[in-house]
Design a protein around this ligand. Structure first.
Ligand code: NAD
Length: 317
């Protein structure tokens, strides 16, 4: 019992308590909105980022900015990290979280990182007595702001109810993929599929155009035929048919091509280490590396259509 209430870490009730002490580390494009939703849900969010402007933004949405990871985690019930890549995650967990947070705290890493590092961090955390989950997300900054992310979770089965409850203010769904590392495996496989399907969609549009078929009319057909996929129905790279797609705003914002490249590299690395054959993933990585290398990594990943149309100049205006 804690203050007359059941201790949240003794059962599956974190988040159903009126207020949970959350440490949130990494308040960037994604973490900023996610931390805001935890604060909005009534939790006490101690927020830390290396960037002073990220800390200011967090303060303006109801989080309590603090000066270090140690200060954020010292009495946390839940620790959430949303950091750029594997090396950041390993360093922050090994040097600043494990041993500094109470051993009853639930540790959740929501960053997209390689499976190997996720398992290394899980071993480190579990060895010190913590419950840990890798919980990467699907959905971009709009879903992070709206609290409608999809989480793919790798954790011990016994911990999942507690993880799901802690993620609830930030999510529309959380699915347990399997044990530690399985969340990252699901994320990497999903995004490799997305990269390939986007390139397939762009190639089909480029061919349709060459054949004199209106790309908008092609949308009407492909979205109701066997070529249908998310890249067509929800993210059509040609402006018009899907008003919310980045193609309607000059491919700004959305999911950056450089981020897609990062995820495709993770997939290729995982394929090489596991012996899986992923020739289309390799091709997708090469095309996004080219697109990034010629200076378009900041555009939405659907802008790769202009590379395949031979119309890169349209991105420069
Ligand atoms: P970002 O670069 O905007 O944010 C990362 C934040 O981490 C930055 O504010 C940075 O200052 C902070 N940071 C770095 N090292 C730190 C440390 N040692 N201590 C404290 N803070 C530190 O990145 P993002 O777009 O928010 O992405 C975060 C993660 O989410 C990445 O792994 C990314 O692949 C994944 N992701 C991003 C998107 C997207 O659309 N942006 C979608 C899904 C998943």
């Amino acid at each position: 019992m804690k203050n007359g209430r059941r201790c949240p870490d003794s059962d599956a009730d974190i988040g159903r308590e009126t207020m949970t002490k959350i440490a949130f580390i990494g308040l960037g494009n994604m973490g900023g909105g996610m931390a805001a939703n935890q604060a909005r849900a009534g939790h006490a969010v101690a927020a830390f980022d290396l960037s002073p402007s990220a800390l200011e933004r967090a303060a303006s949405v109801g989080c309590a900015p603090v000066g270090s990871v140690a200060e954020a985690v010292k009495d946390a019930e839940v620790v959430i990290t949303m950091l750029p890549a594997g090396p950041h995650v390993l360093k922050v967990y090994s040097e600043q979280i494990v041993g500094a947070a109470p051993s009853s705290a639930l540790l959740l890493d929501c960053s997209t990182i390689d499976v190997e590092t996720a398992r290394k961090v899980a071993d480190l955390a579990k060895g010190a007595g913590y419950a840990f989950a890798d919980a990467p997300v699907s959905g971009g900054t709009a879903a992070a702001d709206a609290g409608t992310l999809a989480f793919m979770v790798g954790c011990d089965e016994v911990d999942f109810a507690r993880v799901e409850t802690a993620l609830a203010p930030m999510s529309r769904i959380a699915i347990r993929a399997g044990d530690h590392g399985a969340g990252q495996a699901a994320k990497i496989c999903n995004n490799m599929l997305l990269g390939i399907s986007m390139l397939g969609t762009c190639e089909a549009i480029a061919l349709a155009e060459k054949l004199g078929l209106d790309p908008e009319r092609f949308f009407e057909i492909a979205s109701k035929s066997s070529g249908q996929c998310w890249s067509v129905t929800s993210y059509y790279p040609w402006p018009g048919p899907v008003p919310t797609a980045p193609s309607n705003r000059d491919y700004q914002a959305g999911f950056a091509a450089a981020m897609m490249l990062k995820d495709l590299k993770l997939a290729q690395d995982a394929a090489a280490k596991s012996g899986a054959s992923t020739p289309l993933g390799a091709q997708a990585e090469a095309l996004y590396a080219l697109f990034d290398g010629i200076g378009h990594g900041g555009r939405d990943f659907s802008a790769v259509l202009q590379l395949l149309r031979g119309r890169l100049s349209e991105l420069d205006v």
